[in-house]
Design a protein around this ligand. Structure first.
Ligand code: SF4
Length: 694
C-alpha cells in the first residue's frame, strides 16, 4: 500500500476513456490529484468503474506532455518553443496564405471523440464560419460512422435506443462484433449480471470472447462467423424470422413503412439468404443460425449490442441496417429491455457525431444541403455556410497527395497511428504546407507538423461528454490547465487570430448556443445538468427531463424503414500468399493506441500486443507459443509474439493495436465502408511465419 496523503477537496467529473461514461470523484490536495473514486450517484456506473478510469490518469502529469507551443518552417527543422501568441499568429497566417493561393477548400480540420461537446462544436464552427467550408471530420469516421448512416436511414437518427438500465429487463441478448468485458467493462459487468440471472445470450463474433464461456455464463449460441460475413449472417437470421412467420406483424403494421416491409420480406425470404445457403460463406452451421434466430424472435425482450466488429467493414453500414431490420421485424424497439445499442468506443463518440463534426452534417444530424438548417446557423454566426459537403479524412489525404489540400488543424487525434494504410497517411501529411497538431504529446502525426499546440486533459477543463446511452455528463475542471489553456480556448484563439471575434468565457455559453441551434439539445443547460446530474437527449419541450429510451411512440423519421441488405464479399481476399484472415480488438487494461495508458506508471499497462493463432495454423507454420512471428499483408508487415489458442478458429488470427511498436495499421488495407469510408480494420488477408523479432 502506498501512502498518498489525504485529499482536501473533491470534484465530480467523467471518465475520459470509453463510451460508458463513468462518473468519478476526483479527490484533490491543492492542484494534485490524489485519487479517482467511482461516484455512487453516477447514473452510468452507479459507483462502479474499471481499472482504466480509476487508475490510468497519470498521463496528465507525465513528463512527455508538451506544455509550450512550438513551430517550425519545415518538418526537417527542429522545433522552436514560442509564445501562444506567436504560434497562433504563425498558424493563422499559414492557413490564410494557403487559402489565398489554393482556394477556400484547401484546408480543413480533424477533431477527436476525446474532446468535449463544446470543443467539438467550436471546431466545426471554426471550419464553417472561419475557414468557410465543410472540411471537418472526426475520428468517429474510423469507428462508428456506419452507425450514423445505418441508424439514420432506418430509424431517423444516429443514437443507441436504450439506457444502460434497460439491460435489466432483457430476456435475450445478441452481442455482435463487441467484447464488452474488455471494451466497456462497467456495462459488461451489468450485462453479465443479467445473464447470470437467466437472460439468454447469442454471441456473433469470429473469436471466442469471454462472454461465450465464463463462470456461471454460457452463451446459448456462439456464431463464430468468418470475418467479413456479418451481412450474410444478419440477413440469414432475418430469413428465418420471415419464412417461419416469427415477425411482429402488429408492430410492423403500426410503426413501419408497409411498402418497404413488403419489399424487404421478398428479399429476406429468398432461399439464397437461407442459413443453409450461406453456411459455406459464413462458416456458421445452418442449424445454429436457425436456433439463434428463433431464440431472438421468440425469447421475450430482445436487445442487440454491437461494436466495431460491425462497423469497421466494407459493409459496416449494411450490417447496421440489418441489425435495425432485425429489431423492427421482431418489435424489439421502444421499450425497456430491447433495442439497438451501439457500444461507442471512445468517451465522446456520440457527442462528437451529435455536434456536427461530419463534413455533410450540421449539429443535430442535419444535412448541410438543407437551407432552413443552414439559415439557423447563418443568422447566428453572420456568415454564409457552404451547402457543399466537405471532405472526409481519407478524401483530405487523397487531395493532399494530389496537391489540392494543403493545410489541416488536427485536434486530439493521432491519425498516423490510428488511421489505416499508414504509408498513405504519411504521404498525405508530408504533402501539406501547414499541419497543426493540437495534442498532449508529440505523437506520430506531429512528425509531420509545422505547429504544435499543447492540449489539455479532461482534468483541466469544463464541458460535457455524451456517452453511448446519449447521457450528457458534466466534465468539471479539477486543476488548472498545465499548458495554459483549455482546448476550447485554443480553438477560439485560433479563430480570432484568423479574423473572428468570438468571446466565449465559459463552455456553458457554448452549450447555450448548441441548445439554441440543435432541437435535441433545446432544454440542455449547465443548470439543468447540475440539478439532474446528467441528461439523456433528446431533451426539449416534448421530453423536458430527457429521454432514456428512444422511438417509444414512433421513429424519429416517422415510419421505420426496412432496407435490403445484400451481402457483397469484401475485396480483401485470402490466397496462397496471404491465406489467413486477421481481425483486431482491444484488452481491458489498454486503450486504443495506448497514448494515455502507456503513460501511466504501472506495469499492468505495459502488456504487449500478441498475435492469437489457432494451434493447427501455428503447427503448420512451425510457430511456437511466445515466439516472435512476422505478420505480413499486401500493405506491409510487422512483428509480434504469437499466442497459440483455440479462441480463434483455424484460418483466423487476432491481435490488439495498443502499442506503436506493433503498428497494426501498417498491415491494414485501404478498403472501407461503401457508405461512410469507415476503414475495414477487421478483415485483412495475412501470412504468419517465425521471425527473429522486430
Ligand atoms: Fe472509464 Fe469506461 Fe472504465 Fe467506466 S468502463 S471507468 S468509462 S474506461
Amino acid at each position: 500500500v502506498i501512502e498518498i496523503g489525504q485529499p482536501e477537496h473533491s470534484v465530480v467529473t467523467t471518465c475520459a476513456y470509453c463510451g460508458v461514461g463513468c462518473s468519478f470523484k476526483a479527490e484533490m490536495r491543492g492542484e494534485e490529484l490524489v485519487r479517482m473514486v467511482p461516484y455512487k450517484d453516477g447514473k452510468a456506473n452507479r459507483g462502479h468503474s474499471c481499472v482504466k478510469g480509476r487508475f490510468a490518469y497519470g498521463y496528465a502529469s507525465h513528463k512527455d506532455r508538451i506544455l509550450e507551443p512550438m513551430i517550425r518552417d519545415s518538418i526537417d527543422q527542429p522545433w522552436r518553443e514560442v509564445s501562444w501568441d506567436e504560434a497562433l499568429t504563425f498558424a493563422a497566417n499559414k492557413l490564410r496564405a494557403i487559402q489565398f493561393e489554393h482556394g477556400r477548400e484547401s484546408i480543413g480540420v480533424i477533431t477527436s471523440s476525446r474532446c468535449t461537446n463544446e470543443e467539438t462544436y467550436l471546431v466545426q464552427k471554426l471550419t464553417r464560419a472561419v475557414f468557410r467550408n465543410n472540411n471537418t471530420d472526426t475520428c468517429a469516421r474510423v469507428c462508428h460512422s456506419p452507425t450514423g448512416y445505418g441508424l439514420g436511414q432506418t430509424f431517423g437518427t444516429s443514437a443507441g435506443t436504450q439506457d444502460f438500465d434497460s439491460v435489466e429487463d432483457t430476456d435475450v441478448v445478441i452481442v455482435i462484433g463487441a467484447n464488452p468485458t474488455d471494451g466497456h467493462p462497467v456495462f459488461g459487468s451489468r450485462l453479465k449480471k443479467r445473464l447470470r440471472q437467466g437472460a439468454k445470450l447469442i454471441v456473433i463474433d469470429p473469436r471466442r470472447i469471454d462472454l461465450v464461456k465464463s463462470p456461471h455464463i454460457r452463451a446459448a449460441h456462439h456464431l463464430a462467423l468468418r470475418p467479413g460475413t456479418n451481412v450474410a449472417v444478419v440477413t440469414a437470421l432475418a430469413h428465418v424470422i420471415v419464412t417461419e412467420g416469427l415477425f411482429d406483424e402488429a408492430f410492423i403494421r403500426e410503426r413501419c413503412d408497409g411498402d418497404e416491409f413488403q419489399d424487404y420480406v421478398e428479399f429476406a425470404a429468398d432461399p439464397a439468404h437461407s442459413p443453409e445457403a450461406v453456411e459455406a460463406v459464413t462458416g456458421v452451421p445452418a442449424e445454429e443460425l436457425r436456433k439463434a434466430a428463433r431464440l431472438y424472435a421468440t425469447g421475450g425482450n430482445g436487445a442487440i449490442y454491437y461494436g466495431l466488429g460491425v462497423t469497421e467493414h466494407s459493409q459496416g453500414s449494411t450490417t447496421v441496417i440489418g441489425i435495425a431490420n432485425l429489431a423492427m421485424l421482431t418489435g424489439n424497439i421502444g421499450r425497456r429491455g430491447v433495442g439497438v445499442n451501439p457500444l461507442r468506443g471512445q468517451n465522446n463518440v456520440q457527442g462528437s457525431c451529435d455536434m456536427g463534426s461530419f463534413p455533410h452534417e450540421l449539429p443535430g444530424y442535419r444535412h448541410v444541403k438543407n437551407p432552413e438548417v443552414r439559415s439557423i446557423f447563418e443568422s447566428l454566426w453572420g456568415v454564409e455556410i457552404s451547402d457543399e459537403p466537405g471532405l472526409r479524412i481519407p478524401n483530405m489525404l487523397d487531395a493532399a497527395v494530389e496537391g489540392t489540400f494543403k493545410g489541416i488543424y488536427i485536434q486530439g487525434e493521432d491519425i498516423l497511428q490510428s488511421d489505416p494504410d499508414t504509408h498513405h497517411v504519411s504521404a498525405g501529411l508530408a504533402a501539406m504546407d501547414c499541419v497543426i497538431v493540437h495534442d498532449l504529446f508529440l505523437n506520430e502525426t506531429a512528425n509531420y507538423a509545422h505547429v504544435f499546440l499543447p492540449g489539455s486533459t479532461f482534468l483541466e477543463k469544463d464541458g460535457t461528454f455524451t456517452n453511448a446511452e446519449r447521457r450528457i455528463n458534466r466534465v468539471r475542471k479539477v486543476m488548472s490547465p498545465r499548458n495554459g489553456y483549455a482546448d476550447w480556448e485554443v480553438t477560439q484563439l485560433l479563430a480570432n487570430a484568423m479574423g473572428a471575434n468570438w468571446s466565449y468565457k465559459h463552455p456553458s455559453e457554448i452549450m447555450a448556443e448548441i441548445a439554441a441551434t440543435t432541437p435535441s439539445f433545446a432544454n440542455v443547460t449547465y443548470e439543468l445538468l447540475e440539478e439532474k446530474g446528467s441528461i439523456q437527449w433528446p431533451c426539449n419541450d416534448t421530453t423536458p427531463e430527457g429521454s432514456p429510451i428512444m422511438h417509444v411512440d414512433g421513429f424519429v423519421r416517422g415510419k421505420g424503414r426496412f432496407i435490403r441488405t445484400e451481402y457483397v464479399a469484401t475485396d480483401e481476399r485470402t490466397g496462397p500468399r496471404f491465406p489467413l484472415l486477421l481481425t483486431t480488438g482491444r484488452i481491458l487494461s489498454q486503450y486504443n493506441v495506448g497514448a494515455q495508458t502507456r503513460r501511466t506508471e504501472n506495469v499492468v499497462w505495459h502488456e504487449e500486443d500478441l498475435l492469437e493463432i489457432h494451434p493447427h495454423d501455428a503447427e503448420q507454420r512451425g510457430v511456437k507459443d511466445g515466439q516472435w512471428v512476422k505478420l505480413a499483408s499486401r500493405a506491409g508487415e510487422t512483428s509480434l509474439r504469437a499466442k497459440i489458442t483455440d479462441r480463434v478458429a483455424p484460418g483466423v488470427v487476432y491481435t490488439t493495436f495498443h502499442h506503436p511498436v506493433t503498428q497494426a495499421n501498417v498491415i491494414t488495407t485501404d478498403y472501407s465502408d461503401w457508405a461512410t469510408n469507415c476503414p475495414e480494420y477487421k478483415v485483412t488477408a495475412v501470412q504468419v511465419g517465425p521471425s527473429n523479432g522486430p
